[in-house]
Structures are given as structure tokens and as C-alpha cells.
Design a protein around this ligand. Structure first.
Ligand code: ADP
Ligand code: 5SP
Length: 481
């Protein structure tokens, strides 16, 4: 039984799974935390990956390994392959003005947004790599001048696993390339003109591999591995974490995945590329050769973390409190823009609490409002996805937040549709492992793995929750400068 490994280098932590390549059975796993903040030295991801791999029992017996990673992060390398500055992550909003500039330069307004949606599948927002490069050019010109290559978190980790063999060896895949702002999912080509427009020069970019094309071999020395493994362990192309999650849950036509991690994402696997000039839906590519129209919010599981901290309770108690309050929380609405927001595009916004009365000033009402507010942002994302032609025959709920019973039970009330919840698991790492199995075993499609027994959560829709939220979300303050 050949084994394969999958890595999820996500915002908060690194997770590694080792699975049977043919059946998908879980053999062993490990995890390690990432540092907090929206600017992170990539070496911290490397150390976390090493620790998670060690906890998972090493990689010397696997046939292939693939890395799934948080999307968009700007990893700049100099001529010698050294990291130029800490990476700016997808949730770092300092490049909001840069996003506006890029849209203006393309004609501004509807014209500018349509240009970018047609050229790259998505309208620039602060999350995308291109806007971070523009920020670098404006604010750190000396660093910008040193950039010889730019890549993404998963590209860099794959390259490190290969032994960092020179900038020409950088590899990526369609899924992650589609979040840069300088690659077109429609043509499958880089738009180096747009990269140059953003940064003022054309650094090297990773070669974009096909869905099951190997990125090289693991250098056993880098993980203190068995030297006998040299040249034997294949590296998969890897992909962005959402594309990996789609592979991990086996999403197909008619499925919409809602992932509640640090980010909240709502996405579908599609046969045709999306180009939404409103900017709500990003027309990404997936990890199988298809497309991944996606809506992303900056505020998801951490809204629950923050509310639990505010109330001085743990996450389970927060969930119990939320379920003890009535649907709609008696009119209390939490607008959850704790990190600014990406969808809607309000990078400077802060959160707000509306509808406080003596009656709603209870821990239970606040807990309920937090869960509902977070889900309302995702429900708006679902509507935007449906407006772009996606079908939602089934909604699959994953991510750390899906471990909350309150989230699972309140989601159908807010979405107005039942949700399907696979067993708790690491679906990004699983998707990366499934990609690795595809690379190791070959074939036209990835091997068929079962996710196990899913649970269905159904409930009567409570439209009043979203109606009240829709009147509240615009009424927030921007953060103090
Ligand atoms: N039982 C739970 N109830 C609510 N949230 C949970 C629970 N367990 C984990 N989480 C949330 O999961 C989040 C991490 O999710 P994860 O999908 O691993 O994030 P990321 O991929 O962005 O690093 C944490 O912010 C935490 O609040
Ligand atoms: O920016 C996006 C998608 O466009 C985020 O989904 C990141 O990919 C981070 O994901 P998590 O760490 O929250 O899973």
C-alpha cells in the first residue's frame, strides 16, 4: 500500500496527513501552530511544517507529498533565493489603496473592474498578490528592487522541500496562480504585463504545472530524512487551500463548499471560468483543470474566538450560549468586520453591534449574534455565487468553525437550505494528499476516496435574520488611523 502525504500550511497552523494512496485511509497526522499576525516570515511556516511532519512520523515511507497553502501571500526572493521581507498575507489590508490604484489605472469604476475581471478572473482587492507588490513598490522601493522572484506560500514550501534548487525551479499550479492578479484562468497564461504594472519590473514567477504534474522530488536532507529516499519521493504541484479543500471533500457539480476557517469562503467547482466585474466572486481555477468561483470574507472562525474571549468562555460554551438564545437574537446584530472586510470591499471597516436593549444585553444574545453575523456574511457570498450561475444542490460545511454545533445548527436557518457536514477533519491537507496520490498513481482523474459518513443539518429558514443584518452591515465605522 503506497502512502502519500498532504500538507495544509494555512493561516493559523500547519497540518500534515499521511494516507493510503489507493483507499485514502488515514494512517497518521501532525500539526504545529503558525505565528499570529498578517505579516509572517516564511521561515516560520517552514519550521511549523518540519514540526508537523515530525509529529506525523516523517515522510521517508511516502511515495509523494503535496502542499496546500493559504492563498495570495506575497513571498519575495532575491537573486540568491533569500526571502526579501516577511510575507504579507491574504488578510493584510495595507494594500487596499494599491488595489484601488490598479483599478483606476485600468479606467476606473465599472470599466476598470471589468478589465481586471476579464484579464485575470477577479477584480483586485487588498488580498491579492499583485496589490501587495504595488504596495511594496510604493512603500519599500529598496526591497522592491531586490525582488528577483515572487511566489506564493505553497510554491515556496514546495521549493524548500525540493532543497531550494535555484529560482528557475519554482513551481506552482493553476489554483494558486489564479489568486495572484497576474495570471488568467481563462487562457492559462501569466499576464506579465500586469505583474510589471504592479511592481514596476518583471521578476521570475513559478512555472505553472498541470493538475497531476510532479514538481520534482523531495530532498530527503531537508527533513532529516532517510538519504535512501533521494529521488524517490515525488512532489506534487500543490495548490491553494480552497482548491485543496474542494479536492479533499470530493466536491462535484452542484456542490457549494462553505469553509469557516480564519477566512470564510464559499465556492463551487465549475466547468467555465467566472469573471464578475462587481468583484464579489473571484474567478479562480481549481486543482483538477476546472474552475473555482469563490467568495471570501476576512471574518469567520475568529469572530467566534473573539466573542468567546469577550465573554470569558470557551468555544463549546459559546456555542451552547448561542443555541440558548432565540433565532435573530432578539434583534441584536453583530456586524463582524473585526479585520476590515473583503466582501463587501470594506478594508478599513470595524465591527459593530446593533440592537442592544436591556433584553438583548446577555451573553447568550451576543453569542447568537456572533454566529448569525458571521453566517450572514457567508450567506451574502452564497447569493453572489448563485448570481454568477453556480448551482447549490448541496452545501458542504468544513473548516475549524464547522466543529461548532451552534454553527452547524444555525447555518440552515441563515442560508435557508440544509447543510451537509463531513466528519471533522483536515480537508485541505486531505485534498493535498489526494493530489499527491494522483501524482503517484497517475491516471486521468484523482483516485476516488470516501470522506466517510456525512451529517445533514436541516432547519426552517429564518429570513428575519438576514433582513435585519442587511440593514445593519453598512452602518459601521472605519478604524482609527
Ligand atoms: N469547537 C469549535 N467551535 C468553534 N470554532 C472552532 C472549534 N474548533 C476549532 N474552531 C475554530 O477553528 C479555527 C481554525 O480553523 P482552521 O480551518 O484550522 O483555520 P485556518 O485554516 O484558517 O488556519 C479557529 O479560529 C477556531 O476558532
Ligand atoms: O484569501 C483566501 C481565499 O481567496 C483565503 O481563503 C486564504 O486562502 C486563507 O485561508 P484560511 O487559512 O482561512 O483557510
Amino acid at each position: 500500500m503506497p502512502l502519500v502525504a498532504g500538507v495544509d500550511s494555512s493561516t493559523q497552523s500547519c497540518k500534515v496527513v499521511v494516507r493510503d494512496a489507493e483507499t485514502g485511509a488515514l494512517v497518521r497526522q501532525g500539526r504545529a501552530p503558525h505565528p499570529p499576525g498578517t505579516e509572517v516570515d516564511p521561515h516560520a511556516w517552514w519550521e511549523a511544517l518540519r514540526a508537523a511532519v515530525a509529529e506525523a512520523g516523517g515522510l521517508s515511507d511516502v511515495a509523494a507529498v503535496s502542499v496546500g497553502g493559504q492563498q495570495h501571500g506575497m513571498v519575495c526572493l532575491d537573486e540568491s533565493g533569500k526571502v526579501v521581507r516577511p510575507a504579507l498575507l491574504w488578510n493584510d489590508t495595507r494594500s487596499a489603496d494599491a488595489a484601488g490604484e490598479l483599478v483606476e489605472e485600468a479606467g476606473g469604476g465599472e470599466t476598470g473592474r471589468r478589465f481586471w475581471a476579464d484579464a485575470t478572473g477577479a477584480v483586485p482587492v487588498a488580498s491579492f498578490t499583485a496589490t501587495k507588490l504595488r504596495w511594496l513598490a510604493r512603500h519599500e522601493p529598496d526591497n522592491a528592487d531586490r525582488v528577483a522572484a515572487v511566489c506564493l506560500p505553497h510554491d515556496w514550501l514546495t521549493w524548500r522541500l525540493a532543497g531550494a534548487p535555484g529560482l528557475d525551479a519554482l513551481r506552482t499550479d493553476r489554483g494558486d496562480a489564479s489568486g495572484t492578479g497576474y495570471w488568467s484562468p481563462r487562457t492559462g497564461e501569466y499576464r506579465l504585463d500586469l505583474l510589471e504594472q504592479a511592481l514596476g519590473r518583471r521578476p521570475k514567477v513559478p512555472v505553472v504545472l498541470g493538475p497531476a504534474e510532479a514538481a520534482g522530488h523531495l530532498d530527503p536532507a531537508v527533513l532529516d530524512g532517510d538519504p535512501g529516499a533521494a529521488g524517490r519521493i515525488l512532489l506534487g504541484p500543490g495548490t491553494g487551500d480552497n482548491a485543496a479543500a474542494a479536492l479533499g471533500v470530493g466536491a462535484g457539480p452542484g456542490d457549494v463548499v462553505v469553509s469557516i476557517g480564519t477566512s470564510g469562503t464559499v465556492f463551487a467547482v465549475a466547468d467555465t471560468p467566472a469573471a464578475d466585474p462587481s468583484g464579489a466572486v473571484a474567478g479562480f481555477a481549481d486543482a483538477t483543470g476546472r474552475f473555482l468561483p469563490l467568495v471570501c470574507t476576512l471574518n469567520a472562525a475568529r469572530v467566534l474566538d473573539a466573542t468567546a474571549t469577550l465573554l470569558g468562555v470557551d468555544l463549546d460554551t459559546l456555542g451552547e450560549l448561542a443555541l440558548s438564545a432565540p433565532p435573530g437574537a432578539g434583534g441584536l446584530v453583530l456586524v463582524p468586520y473585526l479585520e476590515g472586510e473583503r466582501t463587501p470591499d470594506r478594508p478599513l471597516a470595524t465591527g459593530a453591534l446593533h440592537g442592544l436593549t436591556l433584553g438583548t444585553s446577555t451573553p447568550a444574545h451576543l453569542a447568537r449574534a456572533a454566529v448569525e453575523g458571521m453566517l450572514c456574511g457567508l450567506a451574502d457570498g452564497l447569493d453572489a455565487l448563485l448570481a454568477q450561475g453556480a448551482r447549490a444542490d448541496r452545501i458542504i460545511l468544513v473548516g475549524g468553525g464547522a466543529r461548532s454545533a451552534a454553527v452547524r445548527r444555525i447555518a440552515p436557518q441563515v442560508f435557508g437550505r440544509p447543510v451537509t457536514v463531513p466528519p471533522p477533519g483536515e480537508y485541505v491537507a486531505d485534498g493535498a494528499a489526494r493530489q499527491a496520490a494522483w501524482v503517484a498513481l497517475g491516471g486521468e482523474t484523482p483516485p476516488t476516496w470516501s470522506v466517510g459518513d456525512t451529517e445533514e443539518y436541516a432547519a426552517e429558514a429564518v429570513p428575519a435574520i438576514r433582513e435585519r443584518y442587511s440593514r445593519a452591515w453598512e452602518q459601521v465605522l472605519d478604524r482609527v488611523a
